[in-house]
Design a protein around this ligand. Structure first.
Ligand code: MRU
Length: 366
């Protein structure tokens, strides 16, 4: 996708020096486009932990390239393998909820285990990280192809009036490698001339909706309106939302979905108002080992600083402003779980299914 007219993926190898991986420091969006060079596995771990990069597929890809960077620093032989295991452990500790992180690390380690020597490890690591990124981009493209049909059907029912789609957080291309998950059907519909209008939840505390989804949509020319997190229910009650599409960080075997905090409330409001609620996900975000999302999905808790302060743009720089009594404690749950019963359907790279074990295994058995 494009930023300021230039085509990007979210993570790439430095053209001049293949020992450097490049990405965006997303903390600067939408005010500045700041590229960040990752020179070591620790750089990748910090970028994930401190959310220079974020979004489930993007976290996974950054970890994969982090392990590639680890192979460059690892010694020969058994010591090298121990070094990589430690690097993998460091990456696993960065963020707990998005399962793509763990899947990508496992895929990398499986590929690396049989490499004969240091040189082969480096080669295998880069090839596997590139393959994971390519796969992820293709999965998102296919989510767009399948999700488009839902948008098209609503558009036809509305005789071509704009389809109003509400989304939460950023499940766009900046959260992935390209296209996005929730945004892929939106971009495709827009590109094919189907009129859409997107309600963008601001998504406190880090404002990934108001800052990053809005930036993406604005750059692609998609009509959109930023709303406060509490506005969605009101809009649905007044017939102003035709469908909801969100992403997910982990979806269980029975179709429970962990996504950015506040997603559950949108699903409740959608159910109460008969608004279709879809979750877009690549198979990398499925966790078939878990069933009951409410009990089994680890929910990240982040610093209270994110709740008590906002980060905005003033005088040509990002400024941090306190918005609460300094002394008041704050709690910061990063994600919540939307039970399968509230979800109309899952849009995956293999098609659309119900949020149920039957539906998921129907597409992904084996
Ligand atoms: O905390 P974040 O910004 O990493 O959370 C991102 C989300 O909740 C996204 O909706 C999810 O990762 C899906 S990304 C395609």
């Amino acid at each position: 996708m494009k930023l300021q007219g230039k085509h990007y993926r979210t993570i790439w190898l430095d053209e001049a020096d293949p020992r450097i991986v490049r990405t965006f420091d997303q903390r600067h969006f939408p005010f500045e486009i700041v590229e960040e060079p990752l020179r070591s596995c620790e750089d990748a771990a910090v970028a994930i932990e401190e959310m220079h990069v974020r979004g489930a597929p993007m976290i996974g890809a950054t970890a994969a390239y982090g392990l590639y960077l680890a192979t460059l620093a690892a010694p020969e032989g058994a010591a090298g393998w121990a070094f990589l295991q430690e690097a993998a452990e460091r990456l696993r500790r960065t963020r707990p909820t998005a399962v793509d992180l763990f899947h990508c690390i496992q895929r990398m380690m499986n590929a690396l285990e049989s490499a004969a020597d240091r040189e082969e490890r480096i080669h295998t690591a880069l090839a596997t990280a590139n393959a994971l990124a390519d796969e992820s981009a293709e999965q998102c493209r296919m989510i767009g192809v399948h999700g488009l049909e839902i948008v098209r059907a609503i558009s036809e029912r509305k005789n071509g009036a704009p389809v109003n789609i509400l989304t939460h957080c950023n499940a766009g291309w900046l959260a992935c490698i390209d296209y996005g998950t929730a945004t892929a059907p939106i971009y495709l519909a827009h590109d094919q001339g189907i009129p859409v209008h997107i309600w963008v939840d601001e998504t406190r505390p880090r404002n990934q909706g108001g800052k990053i989804t809005a930036l993406e949509l604005q750059q692609h020319g998609v009509p959109h309106t930023i709303i406060t997190d509490n506005a969605g229910g009101h809009l649905m009650q007044h017939g102003m939302v035709d469908m909801v599409i969100v992403g997910t960080d982990r979806t269980t075997r029975q179709g429970d979905v962990a996504n950015k905090i506040g997603t559950y409330l949108k699903a409740l409001a959608a159910k109460d108002n008969g608004v279709p609620f879809y979750v877009a996900l690549p198979s990398s975000t499925l966790d078939l080992n878990l069933r009951d999302g409410l009990v089994e999905i680890p929910i990240e808790q982040r610093s209270e600083e994110e709740v008590k302060y906002v980060w905005g743009w003033k005088d040509g720089a990002i400024q941090k402003v306190l918005t609460t009594p300094l002394e008041s404690p704050a709690a910061n749950y990063g994600f919540d779980v939307t039970p399968a019963r509230l979800i109309t359907g899952l849009i995956t790279e293999r098609g659309i299914c119900t949020a149920s074990e039957e539906g998921i295994l129907g597409l992904f058995a084996g």
